[in-house]
Design a protein around this ligand. Structure first.
Ligand code: ADP
Ligand code: MG
Length: 756
């Protein structure tokens, strides 16, 4: 093929060896790299905020005065960065710290008549030189409003100087690209304008060489600009609209190749592995259904149908079952297990913790009583003799349901469980609770769960996999993340479940909450009191829970029995504590976050979470899910410092950590809907942090915002899956560039083409 060699940047006009070196530190080695060094934003007279408008905006966004409703919490865009273009009208320096330190304050002005200040406490010597009166600057940052002095100010914003030439362009209405300029670049005097002129030369050389990577038919159908137009318009747009279209194409492109990878992965599983055919007409499933003391919700019925369809499809099921805490996922999984068992297979249920494995064991044992189904547990600390017996029952097929922790199945526990000889595994159910790392199917093989081979077929026949997750991920996101899994959602709670009443309480009024708890206990109910991990250190965790436990028992609730549960206890001690609480041996369980996994104590109706501001939203939601599992009205109190009360009325544009905590607490008060909570959480922390993108396998996209770009996500998914369906090997001549670009991005996935 006639691929031209990459052109080192050195050979571009205006880049000598020194500058090339500085650019290399930002990963820019070739002209092609430079072409992909897209501006982060633009200086555009049509969109730049004037200082007068900024002042009004900052004063108006009095986010937290009075009652905040959830819709406003959802509106908050934490990343809001504001850019202004203004002239420095005055510079002054103040000293503080007894004269030992100084701060630089520059006043800004523009034609609108508004003013603002930029303030630097650090690098004052540097900014003293740069920030001169009369200089035109682009300032980007998060402004704050000082109520007392009625001033808008930016602390340590990003400041770029605009020279006269650029000022002329700006005034003529030209849109100027704003590149990220690193310190190394500044050191060799690479300014905004110089980067721009380098890019101008690069475009001339590289643009003619660019080959379109998205099939033309798709571009035309979706009315997306070509790659060459996109590159040009990202660097030097004529209009704001041109930028928008170029950005849209870039988002589509990022998602298109990612979805293509998922499509190939999914196809690989479906083609290489055959699925066991399981007849969904199960007698024992029928018996269970007839004996349930309640009706299944229609969401549960729908999901059971979806699983039944997978069972007869001849393909291995790879399904994610999403549903809020208490929505009845376990029961759905049980129906699937009974179908597999009646078809003659063994089933596995993996839980994230020992306690949860134990709970599943009891729950299933209760449901299956009298059906003659043997359930065994593989957990740590079992006596050798007992373990041997269990393994024998597994090997000879007597055990129909095998329950254990993820760790044990995978043999992480340096345990002999690696050598467990399964009989005939037809279904693996994985309970992920609130984790996101959906298990890869390939893991099954590592766990010694082999595929069956049946005479006459060369293809291995794989067990079905059902992954349960209690973390309500916004739908758009699960669609992207788990594009290679089928997703079922239980979006409905069992009838009669009363939403938990949630209230923020301030620490000075805590005695009222204690009084409330006292009354509930006198009515025969139980309560949780939860303390955060104060630091990441388990020691501190232990100390605070133990200390509070003693205080609560002696001073606050001497008439009641209190139990203690924390992370430093051995698993069997935790287990004992939970069991004792379940058996009502305690009225109150004082616990750290270890209680957050899905333990069922239907009689507990109150939860008090201390220092609730320290918890993340997802965690608060999981914790709260521990109550409200019985018939009684349940309550959740979120205790926090009194000064949060004052924060509710504070005027501040910036979403500081404390204000984010307020948003979290307010959100908990406003809703019990896990999907809504997940969306707010995503806005506060960003999808990357929430999902742990690396763990979940989603790349850090440069253009795509996983929360707000859901329409493009859906488009990209449809087109990518459609393309792989039509031309699975991308062999057609018109798909050659698409194939090459895919391999460039996902080189590690190369095997997919070989197998697909
Ligand atoms: P999840 O695993 O989704 O957190 P579970 O399956 O543990 O939820 O169900 C929570 C509780 O609700 C259990 O006690 C279960 O028996 C009960 N349950 C499940 N489905 C229903 C239903 N349709 N109606 C009433 N209760 C139900
Ligand atoms: Mg559960």
């Amino acid at each position: 093929m006639n691929e031209s060699k990459p052109l080192p940047l050195q050979y571009i006009k205006g880049v000598g060896p020194k500058r090339a070196e500085a650019l290399a530190t930002a990963g820019l080695l070739t002209a092609a790299d430079m072409l992909r060094y897209y501006p982060r934003s633009y200086i555009d007279r049509n969109t730049v905020v004037t200082l007068a408008a900024l002042g009004a905006k900052v004063r108006r966004s009095n986010l937290f005065s009075g009652e905040m409703d959830i819709s406003r919490a959802e509106e908050i865009n934490v990343k809001t960065e504001i850019t202004v273009v203004a002239r420095i009208t005055k510079v002054r320096e103040n000293t503080f710290g007894g004269g030992s330190r100084s701060m630089l304050i520059a006043t800004l002005g523009d034609d609108s008549g508004g003013t603002a200040e930029i303030i630097f406490f650090q690098m004052v010597n540097y900014f003293r030189v740069v920030l001169r009166e009369g200089v035109l600057v682009v300032v980007s940052g998060t402004p704050e409003y000082d109520d007392k002095y009625k001033k808008v100010s930016f602390h340590h914003p990003e400041v770029l100087k605009i020279d006269e030439e650029d000022e002329q362009l700006y005034k003529q209405g030209k849109i100027l690209p704003k590149y990220r300029i690193t310190q190394a670049m500044k050191n060799v005097h690479l300014s905004m304008r110089q980067i721009r002129s380098i890019v101008e030369d690069v475009i001339e050389v590289e643009l003619p060489k660019l080959k379109e990577t998205i099939p033309l038919s798709i571009l035309q159908k979706l009315n997306l600009p070509s790659l060459a137009d996109t590159a040009r318009n990202l660097h030097f747009p004529e209009t704001t609209l041109a930028v928008e279209q170029a950005r849209k194409r870039m988002k589509f492109q990022e998602l298109f190749f990612f979805e293509m990878m998922l499509a190939l992965r999914k196809r690989g599983v479906k083609i290489l592995e055959r699925g066991l055919v399981i007849n969904p007409k199960s007698e024992r499933a029928r018996i269970l259904l007839d004996n349930l003391p309640f009706e299944l919700t229609s969401a549960q019925k729908r999901v059971i149908r979806e699983i039944a369809e997978d069972f007869v499809s001849g393909k291995p099921m790879n399904r994610l079952l999403q549903g809020d805490v208490g929505s009845g996922k376990t029961l759905v999984a049980l129906f699937a297990m009974l179908m597999a068992i009646d078809a003659g297979y063994q089933t596995l249920l993996m839980a994230p913790t020992e306690i949860l494995a134990e709970q599943h064991f009891h729950t299933l044992s209760n449901f299956l009583e009298g059906m003659g189904i043997e359930i065994v547990q593989l957990i740590g600390g079992q006596k050798a003799k007992m373990r041997r017996e269990i393994k024998e029952k597994i090997a000879n097929g007597q055990a129909k349901i095998i329950i254990g922790t993820h760790a044990l199945f995978s043999g992480n526990a340096t345990d002999e469980s690696r050598t467990v000889d399964y009989h005939k595994v037809g279904l693996v159910v994985v309970d992920e609770q609130h984790r996101f790392g959906v298990m890869q199917r390939s893991k099954l093989r590592e766990m010694g769960i082999r595929s069956h081979t049946i005479e006459g077929t060369e293809l291995p026949i794989s067990p079905h996999v059902l992954v349960m997750s209690a973390t309500p991920i916004p739908r758009t996101l699960s669609m992207t993340l788990y594009g290679d899994l089928d997703v079922s959602v239980i979006d409905q709670m069992p009838v009669g479940r009363k939403p938990i009443i949630t209230q923020v309480v301030f620490e000075s009024k805590l005695s009222e909450t204690f009084q409330f708890i006292r009354k509930e206990i006198q009515l025969g109910r139980q309560a949780f009191i939860v303390y955060p991990l104060v630091e990441k250190s388990e020691k501190v965790d232990l100390k605070s829970a133990v200390e509070h436990f003693e205080h609560l028992q002696k001073e606050v609730f001497p008439e009641f029995k209190l139990g203690l549960l924390h992370g430093q206890m051995f698993w069997y001690e935790k287990d004992d504590a939970m069991k004792a609480f379940k058996n009502k041996e305690f009225d109150i369980l004082v616990a750290t976050t270890v209680v957050e996994v899905g333990i069922d104590i239907p009689n507990s109706s109150v939860m008090l979470i201390e220092n609730a501001d320290r918890f993340g939203l997802a965690q608060l939601h999981q914790l709260r899910g521990r109550v409200g599992r019985g018939a009684e009205q349940s309550y959740c109190f979120l205790a926090t410092k009194d000064h949060f009360q004052y924060l509710l009325g504070k005027k501040e544009v910036e979403l500081s950590e404390r204000l984010k905590a307020v948003v979290r607490l307010k959100t908990m008060e406003e809703t019990t809907d896990g999907f809504k909570i997940a969306e707010v959480d995503m806005k506060l922390r960003g999808p990357g942090d929430v999902m742990g993108t690396r763990q979940s396998g989603v790349p850090d996209f440069e253009f795509t915002d996983l929360v707000s770009d859901f329409e493009i996500i859906a488009l990209a998914k449809r087109e990518a899956f459609g393309l792989i369906e039509q031309d699975p090997h991308l062999r057609r001549p018109e798909h050659q560039q698409t194939r090459m670009e895919f391999l460039r991005q996902y080189a590690g996935e190369k095997g997919f083409f070989d197998v697909a």
